[in-house]
Design a protein around this ligand. Structure first.
Ligand SMILES: NC(=O)c1ccc[n+]([C@@H]2O[C@H](COP(=O)([O-])OP(=O)(O)OC[C@H]3O[C@@H](n4cnc5c(N)ncnc54)[C@H](O)[C@@H]3O)[C@@H](O)[C@H]2O)c1
Length: 327
């Protein structure tokens, strides 16, 4: 059996733009909302405290007809070892035969598709006139989320940032300010200062089992889009539970995870408080909301991975990139 291997550098060499990935992720959401996606909640193992290795399978039907699984690890302790937080492999299967057709680096897929998912959320729940974005946690996701959000919000002029490590703040501002010269970057001493006056807040800190949540509802503007990329680590429960609308990326996965009794506890929204999931919004089953406090928990779902991997696979075939191996 011949399988196409795509390393991180091969994936980077495909030069896929963020806007293409946003489009793919949005299509995956829409097909899910239309009931054409088979996607169980991600399951995981936890070999070390606060660390996970997740299995994320998905079949996307409709016009896409793509199948795959991501096996992805998240280790906060890797930062001090100089290793990436997120690592793993992505596998695509032929939907007709089940045969594996491609294996690729999952860190690239995860980095891009996660930012893209926030951008899709921003398309449906953001105020297009947003001027100020706050980013908390300035690693890979802090960067990818800003890059993706800037595709949606063309009027942003200020980016307020916070990280526990001043060196991360410094590096982030140096790198990102050269990409977005129209924006003033403000280094903040606390999350409270960072979220002040922000129209959009996105949190990208490590996911931990016993979080010390520190972004309180009173610190936020009345009209704000609050996106958690880091489960329930940063936003205090009332930010989400008392929001004008609360959304998640997939209701089934959010509720299943909550039922396990570790994440989304202590007052995080329960089933009755979910306005919609992103699939329903993208499929037109629920109306977009652009005012008031809009809380979003985007845990990351397998449809993003399969959509992004399929896009990369098709581009790689087209450009003759990657290495074929016999397995
Ligand atoms: N929802 C999704 O789809 C999805 C996908 C990928 C990653 N993630 C999550 O996003 C988070 C960030 O991942 P990453 O790849 O960017 O990791 P990273 O290690 O590259 O970045 C994490 C950053 O958070 C900073 N940080 C640590 N503790 C902090 C705190 N208390 N307050 C503020 N900053 C703090 C670190 O210094 C670092 O800069 C993780 O929780 C990861 O699991 C979510």
């Amino acid at each position: 059996m011949r399988v196409l291997m795509l390393s991180r550098s091969s994936l980077e060499g495909l030069n896929i733009g963020m806007s293409e990935i946003i489009e793919a992720v949005e299509r995956g959401f829409r097909l899910k909302g239309e009931g054409k996606v088979s996607m169980p909640a991600k399951i995981g193992i936890h070999p070390r405290k606060d660390c996970f290795i997740h299995a994320m399978p998905c079949y996307i039907g409709g016009e896409v007809d793509a199948s795959g699984i991501k096996w992805v690890a998240g280790y906060p302790s890797n930062q001090e070892k100089g290793l990436p937080y997120i690592s793993g492999i992505m596998c695509l299967n032929e939907s007709d035969t089940g045969l594996v057709k491609a294996i690729m680096d999952a860190s690239w897929i995860t980095a891009y598709r996660t930012g893209a998912a926030s951008a899709v959320c921003a398309k449906y729940l953001g105020n297009p006139d947003s001027k100020v974005i706050a980013v908390i946690g300035l690693g890979v996701q802090g960067r990818m989320n800003l890059m993706a959000l800037m595709e949606v919000f063309k009027e942003v002029r200020q980016v307020r940032v916070y990280d526990v490590f001043p060196s991360q703040i410094e590096r982030y501002i140096k790198d990102m300010s050269s990409l977005f010269r129209q924006c003033q970057f403000v280094a903040c001493d606390s999350p409270k200062e960072a979220v002040k006056d922000a129209d959009v807040v996105v949190t990208c800190t490590p996911i931990v089992e016993s979080p010390k949540r520190y972004i309180r509802a009173e610190c936020l503007k009345e009209d704000v889009l609050a996106i958690a990329v880091d489960y329930d680590s940063s936003f205090c429960a009332p930010v989400m539970a008392e929001a004008d609308v609360f959304v998640c990326d997939d209701t089934g996965q959010y509720l299943w995870t909550q039922e396990q009794g570790v994440y989304f506890q202590d007052g995080y929204p329960t089933k009755d408080k979910i306005y919609a999931d992103m699939g329903e919004l993208c499929a037109g089953l629920k109306t977009p909301v652009r005012k008031g406090r809009r809380g979003a928990v985007l845990m990351g779902i397998a449809s993003h991975d399969v959509m992004t991997a399929q896009l990369a696979y098709e581009k790689a075939l087209d450009k003759g990139i990657g290495q074929w191996i016999e397995i």
